[in-house]
Design a protein around this ligand. Sequence first.
Ligand code: RIB
Ligand code: CA
Length: 297
Amino acid sequence: MLAIIDTDPGIDDAIAILFALRHPGIEVVALTTVAGNIGLPVTTDNAGRIAALAGVTVPVHPGAAAPLGREAKNEVRIHGADGLGGVTFPEAQEPPSKTGAVAAMSDLLMAAEPGVMDLFCLGPLTNIARLLTDAPESAERIGRVVAMGGAVDEPGNVAGNAEFNLGHDPEAAAAVLAAGLDLTLIPLDATRQFRADAVYLEQLRETGAAPAIATADLIDAYFEQTAHQAKGVESRPLHDPCVPLLALHPDLFHVETRGLQVDVSTGALIPGPTETSVAMGLDAKSLRDRLLGGLSS
Ligand code: RIB
Ligand code: CA
């Protein structure tokens, strides 16, 4: 499958990207970056660093530096000032492209057969919303959109009972949800079930593979950064890796259809008219095995 990964790396974004870049079943044609966990210059530089560690050459196209019509709110408490929890990554092998994210997405969609280019969304949906307004003829050619975002029955993780990605840019989230795309949302209801503990970190390290070792270091940093939030909790959720994993192994997820809309005052998902595919459960053990295998192959 062909995919553009839209991302705000970000500790869990980095794990998802390392996995997707090296997986034989996914051809990542571009990384497009957005401000979210950290500012755009850092998310863009991190995208290049992650590709360098994966040993893969892939263009990085910078996108939105702020949400539609509001101030950016970073998550340095979780991802650290460098966005990667202080974990050492190599320098990017090449500078970011001079072509911006929306123009690159549009060009790639127009060059591909309609419906074959998927979007994997790991951050706020600002770039996707801009694509819908600025290049509607390209947006019509999008294949699947698999996005980590929202909280349906679970409580959110930011103010207003929202989840970070949708809460960071509620207007963009509302536009994308209502656009009639072939969208599957993976909310906190599912991603909080996909957890890594110390035993799993040991398994990652024992593979001796650089992407797996970096993933263990990233999750360790996640433990450090969030210790103040969840004392005594011996595992951390892996939100963004659920996106490429669902694209590859939909049978390992439980997907329901819910009538939803986005409360644009907070970004929270609330009952509404848009019938939306939402992953509400998953087979965590099998997915951890797939992630470990992909990061060490
Ligand atoms: O709520 C989790 C999401 O917010 C993930 O994408 C994480 O990277 C942060 O951006
Ligand atoms: Ca993210």
